[in-house]
Ligand binder design. Structure first.
Ligand SMILES: [Zn+2]
Length: 396
């Protein structure tokens, strides 16, 4: 009952009546409503709530500092509440809602958590506003430089520092937070499956073993703005032609290496129907089985098209704790153990040496980062049961 209620509370937030899907971008009204929902939901259950130096939200039962000082740092569950533009309801929110629902389930069964227990919601996980994925967890651990992050600009030219000020936060205290990290003994993130491995296997839950290497590059192509009606074809310097070459080259370079490559975001100047653009900026997202293959792919796009591919972020394979993964698999009736091609805050924490695992809940179509992403209700409930089992087994 608790899951249904919590889910129903988050479901309307960030839904647009103008365009399809969920719009829960960092600092937006929807993002702020979800943050308020987090505070409310936590406090109603007796959690204390605080923000770290980045703005990630933490709900705590018990005293995590006391537990850490006794060398028993706590179990933390969570995920993120932001979305890509026109995203689905599940990516992110499911992990946070399920964590609260799992605590409710245990309490209803008379098994309140014994040790300190945390639930976290990381900010700007999708990087949809400032361009760097998992920015909240990466600044927290120090793998993304705080000053660099503060200078990042959104599509309107607003810096992250300016947006923090607007949101009533102080950019001067923004940065890594070792005190927040010290409290985490184990981090477990439940997430909608992205891809489609569980449905054919007839399983509702998988355990994540690693995140495949991935990177983002920015490509700027200059041309000459001119009139779409009066400029002869031979007189044009049209950056869109070069863009077409970049897109097909990226596809071929990815296919040749067993990787994937996507150009899904463009900034076109002046972006008018009747004008040849003066400049096009494209973002390349590439991922694959090995770091060197992904980097070669991006370099080849640059070499073959003559357009410089500027690396904005790169993340090597991040392995979750293998012993913990096998413990969770056993606990969840032999749940399959899978790698994923999607980035997660769990990866940032694993890279910082924290014992980390992920649980994936079956996505029957595999569609994600889309309004049509979905999960069967029964599988959502399986996910909550799974987390409750995990808390009961790992909570000290
Ligand atoms: Zn996500």
């Amino acid at each position: 009952v608790s899951f249904e209620q919590l889910w129903a509370e988050t479901l309307p937030i960030g839904l647009s009546d103008v365009v399809p899907g969920y719009h829960r971008l960092f600092g937006s009204r929807a993002d702020w409503e979800l943050r308020e929902w987090f505070v409310d939901t936590a406090q109603r259950r007796g959690f204390s709530v605080e923000e770290d130096r980045v703005g990630n939200q933490w709900a705590w039962l018990g005293d995590p500092d006391d537990a850490a000082s006794r060398n028993r740092p706590s179990l933390v569950l969570g995920s993120h509440l932001d979305s890509v533009p026109a995203g689905g309801a599940f990516d992110g929110a499911l992990g946070v809602v399920s964590a609260f629902a799992a605590v409710d389930e245990l309490r209803d069964a008379g098994q309140a958590p014994v040790g300190a227990l945390g639930i976290v919601a990381f900010v700007e996980e999708e990087g949809s506003r400032f361009g760097i994925t998992c920015a909240g967890s990466r600044v927290l651990t120090g793998s993304l430089d705080a000053d660099h992050a503060l200078g990042l600009r959104d599509i309107d030219g607003i810096t992250l520092a300016e947006s923090l000020t607007t949101l009533g936060r102080n950019p001067k205290t923004f940065g890594p937070d070792p005190d927040a990290l010290r409290r985490i003994g184990t981090y477990i993130e439940l997430h909608i499956e992205q891809g489609r491995a569980l449905d054919p296997a007839g399983r509702s839950i998988a355990v994540g073993s690693a995140i495949r290497p991935y990177g983002r590059w920015r490509l700027t192509i200059d041309g000459q703005a001119n009139h779409a009606g009066t400029t002869q074809l031979e007189d044009r310097d049209d950056p869109m032609l070069k863009l077409a070459q970049v897109i097909t080259t990226a596809r071929q370079a990815a296919a040749a290496r067993g990787c994937v490559a996507t150009i899904g975001k463009l900034d076109i100047e002046p972006n008018a129907i009747n004008a040849i653009p003066s400049r096009v900026t494209a973002w390349l997202d590439a991922r694959g089985p090995q770091s060197h293959l992904v980097k070669e792919l991006a370099a080849e796009v640059g070499d073959l098209t003559g357009v410089l591919a500027l690396e904005e972020s790169f993340t090597h394979r991040e392995r979750f704790d293998a012993d913990l993964a096998s413990t969770l698999s056993t606990l969840l009736d032999g749940a399959p153990i899978l790698e994923t091609g999607a980035g997660h805050d769990a990866g940032s924490l694993a890279a910082a040496g924290i014992r980390t695992a992920m649980l994936f809940v079956r996505n029957p179509t595999g569609v994600s980062h889309s309004p049509t992403e979905s999960i069967e209700h029964a599988d959502c409930i399986e996910g909550v049961h799974g987390l409750a089992k995990v808390i009961a087994a790992l909570d000290s």
